[in-house]
Design a protein around this ligand. Structure first.
Ligand code: NAD
Length: 484
C-alpha cells in the first residue's frame, strides 16, 4: 500500500498570517484507506470566525474592492501558479482524505482548480465595472457592477479544492473577500491553499480559512459581518441555510444534492456508453453531486444494458486511491459507508443485485470500501431511485418510449445533472431539452468552466461557473444622470 504521509498544523490562516487559534480543540483527519490518523489541524472557534470576518471586512473596505480588476487578475493568476506548483501535494492530500482515485484528483483537484482560477482571472482582466447606458427617457445612466461584499463560503468534502475554487475565483475576480469553512473531513488541502494565498501576495484578510463542523458553519452563515453565503453540500443543510438567509435577506447560492438520470436511447452504442458512464455515473466512487445514478434503459434493450453495466462495474479496479491504476477508492468516512450500505441493504429488498452488493474481498478489513453495485428491475419510486446515495450504487430503470423516459427522468425531487446517449446527437439534444435539470450532457458529461452549473428543484438555487457566477458576486447600482 502506498504510504499515506501525516500532516499536522498548529495555526489558522486569518488576516494574512498564521495565527494561534483561540481554542485548543483540534480536528483529526483519518485516511479513508488505512483508517489511520493522517493529520490534525486546529478547530476554529466562534471567536476565530469573528476575527476572520472582521479581517475580510477590513480587506474589502480597505482596498481589495477598489483594486482595478486587471490587478486582481494578476493576483489570481499568481494564486493559480502557486496551486500548480503544489499540485502533487494537493491531489495526494485530497485522495488520502476522501478516497478519490489519484488520477481523478490530478484531473480535478489539481488541474481543474487551477483552470478555474485562470478562467476567472481572464474574466477579471477584461471586466468593465461601469457602463454608460442611454435611457429612452433622454438621459444617461451609469450602471455599476460593484463587488457584493464579504462572502461566507462553505465547502463539502467530495471535491474540496474545486468546490472552494468555484467560490474563491469568481469572488476574488468580482472584488469580494472571503471567509471559507472547509469540511472537517477534508481540511488538509485548505492549509495548502492558504499557503498559495500567502505566496501569491493576496492582501491580508482577502481570504481566511476557519476549519470546523456544521455548528461553526451555521455561525458563519448568520454572522452579521457576512454579505453573501455560497454553499455546496447536502439538500438538508441547504434548506436550513436558505431559511436563515431568507430571514436575513442575505443573498445565497446553494449547490445541493442530485439523483440524475442517464437516458440510454435504443440506438446507443453500449461500449461507448459504458466507457462514458464510468465517469458520468461513478466518478469519485459515486461521491459526485451530478452523478447519473439512475440509468434509464429502453425496454427493447433492457437486458443488454443491465448485462453491460454489470460487466463494467465488475471490471473496475478497486483499491488504494494513491495507486494511479485504481478506478474506485474507498468512501470518505466510516459513517458515510454505513449510510451507503444501509441503502444497499434497502435496495436488496426493492430490486435485484446484478453486480457488487457487498465489500470487496481484497479490501474487506481496512478502508471504507464498498463494491461498485448495480441494481436491476428498479421501480422509479423505490428509495434507491429517489434518494441520493452518494456512493458507487446505480439503479437501472426500464422505460417504454421517449416520452416515458422523460417522465421518469423528471419524476425526481432533484434536477442537477443528466446525460442522454445516442448515435444520433440531434435526437439526443432534442430529448435533453425536455429534461428538468440545470445541466445535461449528450454522449458524455463534462462540466464546462464557461457555462453556468447548478440545479433546479431541491438541487439548489443559483449557479456556479461561467460569467454567471461572477455576476452572483456583484451587486448592481444605477447612477441616473438626468441633469446631463
Ligand atoms: P453536508 O451538507 O453535510 O456538509 C457540507 C458543508 O456544510 C460542510 O462543510 C459542513 O460542515 C457544512 N454544514 C452542514 N450543515 C450546515 C449548516 N446547517 N449550516 C452551515 N454549514 C453546514 O454535505 P457533505 O456530506 O459534506 O457533502 C455531500 C453533499 O454535498 C451531497 O448531498 C452532494 O450532492 C452535495 N454536493 C453538491 C454539489 C453541487 O455542486 N450541487 C457538489 C458537491 C457536493
Amino acid at each position: 500500500m502506498t504510504q499515506h504521509h501525516e500532516s499536522h498544523h498548529e495555526s489558522l490562516y486569518i488576516d494574512g498570517r498564521w495565527a494561534k487559534p483561540i481554542s485548543t480543540q483540534r480536528i483529526e483527519v483519518i485516511s479513508a484507506t488505512t483508517e489511520e490518523v493522517i493529520g490534525s489541524v486546529p478547530e476554529a472557534s466562534q471567536a476565530d470566525v469573528d476575527s476572520a470576518v472582521a479581517a475580510a471586512r477590513r480587506a474589502f473596505d480597505g482596498g481589495w474592492s477598489q483594486t482595478p480588476p486587471a490587478d486582481r487578475a494578476a493576483v489570481i493568476n499568481r494564486f493559480a501558479d502557486a496551486m500548480e506548483k503544489r499540485a502533487e501535494r494537493i491531489t495526494r492530500a485530497v485522495s488520502m482524505q476522501n478516497g478519490m482515485p489519484l488520477a481523478l484528483s490530478q484531473q480535478f483537484e489539481g488541474g481543474y482548480g487551477v483552470a478555474l482560477a485562470r478562467y476567472y482571472a481572464g474574466l477579471a482582466s477584461g471586466m468593465k465595472q461601469e457602463e454608460r447606458r442611454a435611457s429612452p427617457l433622454g438621459f444617461d445612466t451609469l450602471v455599476r457592477h460593484d463587488p457584493i461584499g464579504v462572502v461566507g463560503a462553505i465547502v463539502p468534502w467530495n471535491y474540496p479544492v474545486v468546490l472552494a475554487l468555484t467560490k474563491i475565483a469568481p469572488a476574488l475576480a468580482a472584488g469580494c473577500t472571503l471567509v471559507i469553512k472547509p469540511s472537517p473531513g477534508t481540511v488538509l488541502d485548505s492549509f495548502i491553499l492558504a499557503e498559495c494565498a500567502a505566496e501569491a501576495g493576496l492582501p491580508a484578510g482577502v481570504i481566511n480559512w476557519v476549519p470546523g463542523g456544521r455548528e461553526l458553519g451555521a455561525y458563519l452563515v448568520s454572522h452579521p459581518g457576512i454579505t453573501k453565503v455560497a454553499f455546496t453540500g447536502s439538500t438538508a443543510a441547504g434548506r436550513s441555510i436558505a431559511q436563515v438567509c431568507g430571514s436575513l435577506l442575505r443573498p445565497v447560492s446553494l449547490e445541493l444534492g442530485g439523483k440524475s438520470a442517464a437516458i440510454i436511447l435504443d440506438d446507443a452504442q453500449l461500449d461507448a456508453v459504458m466507457q462514458g458512464l464510468h465517469f458520468a455515473a461513478l466518478a469519485n466512487n459515486g461521491q459526485t453531486c451530478a452523478a447519473c445514478t439512475r440509468i434509464l434503459a429502453p425496454k427493447s434493450r433492457y437486458q443488454e444494458v443491465v448485462d453491460a453495466l454489470a460487466a463494467m462495474a465488475s471490471s473496475l479496479v478497486v483499491g488504494d486511491p494513491l495507486d494511479l491504476a485504481t478506478q474506485v477508492g474507498p468512501l470518505a468516512s466510516s459513517e458515510h459507508r454505513a449510510r451507503v450500505e444501509g441503502y444497499i441493504a434497502k435496495g436488496k429488498s426493492e430490486a435485484r443485485v446484478v453486480a457488487g452488493g457487498g465489500r470487496p474481498k481484497n479490501h474487506a478489513t481496512r478502508g471504507w470500501f464498498v463494491e461498485p453495485t448495480i441494481f436491476a428491475d428498479v421501480d422509479n419510486n423505490a428509495a434507491i431511485a429517489q434518494q441520493e446515495i452518494f456512493g458507487p450504487v446505480l439503479a437501472v430503470i426500464a422505460y417504454g418510449d421517449e416520452d416515458d423516459a422523460v417522465k421518469i427522468a423528471n419524476d425526481s425531487e432533484f434536477g442537477l445533472g443528466g446525460t442522454v446517449w445516442s448515435t444520433d446527437s440531434e435526437r439526443a439534444i432534442k430529448l435533453a431539452r425536455r429534461v428538468a435539470t440545470g445541466t445535461i450532457g449528450v454522449n458524455g458529461y463534462v462540466i464546462d468552466l464557461n457555462a453556468p452549473f447548478g440545479g433546479v428543484k431541491s438541487s439548489g438555487l443559483g449557479r456556479e461557473f461561467g460569467p454567471e457566477a461572477l455576476a452572483a458576486y456583484q451587486q448592481l447600482k444605477s447612477i441616473y444622470l438626468p441633469g446631463g
